[in-house]
Design a protein around this ligand. Sequence first.
Ligand SMILES: Cc1ncc(COP(=O)(O)O)c(C=O)c1O
Length: 402
Amino acid sequence: MYRTTFAIVDLSALAHNIRLLKGRLAPGVRLLVAVKADAYGHGVRPVVEVLRREGVYQVAVASLEEALQIRAFDKEIPILILGALGVDECVVAAEAKLDVLYTDLCPIPDIPRLPRPLAMHIPIDTGMNRLGFKSIEAALRVIETMAHRADIRFAGVCTHLACADAEDVSHALGQVERLLQAVQTLRDKGCAPPLVHAANSAGLLRGEAWQFDMVRVGIAAYGYSPDPEVLPQPELHPVMHMYTSITRVADVSPGETIGYGATYTAQCPMRVATIAIGYADGFPRILSNRGMVRVRGRDVPIVGRVCMDQAMVDVSHVPEAQVGDFVTVFGIDPPSAWSASAWRSVPPEHRANWLQETFALAANEEGRNVLSLSTVAPLAETIPYEILCQINRRVPKLYVEA
Ligand SMILES: Cc1ncc(COP(=O)(O)O)c(C=O)c1O
């Protein structure tokens, strides 16, 4: 390991969040965790291994490819594919013991006789206008077609809530109400769904009335409230922490400009630090002249444009800042053991280990603050989900069980 830009993925925080979320479930409600997009950028394999240990009922992905990636290392864990699949994909899904959603891409009569039974969930569009049946009569016709197939099992009905994290819950309540009506209609017609699920993280956090038989949680498992203002969740622990370091510190005189396009002009004498992270690492370019990182416990603004591999920050008010200092991109302050001289003294092949061990040891270190991704993401006009998913392969992920 040579470059000081990396992410720490704290698997004990993930386990903590899962236990906490399980504690919020009504008796008998199952927990599904969304691990699509490489487990929201955290790395699907280590995440699924923790979820299995923590007794999560099922995991969900967006595509057949993502599901097969999990099947390659876990032959048993129940997996639900949330995206639309074609007929060929349904055949592969059945072979690999993957549960699917019914969509118009895979009409039941077009599906050939399957080698193993395929569990199919029927999505009901209660107000998201993304996937699912708008008409319960149409859903019923498909469920009846399934009943004639020994190799296709009606596994349940689901919907997706568009506004469960909104201050005004009327939209979400309307969706819940329409789902209840749909379930009642199915029951009346003798097609009672074996499983009903609707709630995402926000739905789960809203309370038991939204949870039905199963909840599908994503962002809360990774440590974030879907909206910290509306549903504050201080007990959740962020799982990912991201760091880089200072590669240069320079004095900048009034009138000098910083970075591509000379978009920032110094108005007074400044100290500017260069950090080893850029948009090619998933650090959004939109943070140019508006984002911040944390140096020696203080928030420092990004000045000038974020480059592909580097960015510049104003450390005028952090006189101790120096080359080699670790910088928090988001997450908890670096452990006190992380110094430029310690990094240099550890051979490159041992650095990952050293970072993991010192991070775990510092778990109870006093006075460490968090630069929350819930603070950083809005500066990039986005949500933590997107930033987490976009941290790319160039950034090593170091797994820790603190
Ligand atoms: C169908 C479905 N269910 C559940 C989730 C999990 O949502 P969240 O991460 O907000 O909990 C997602 C995520 O986008 C989803 O698409």
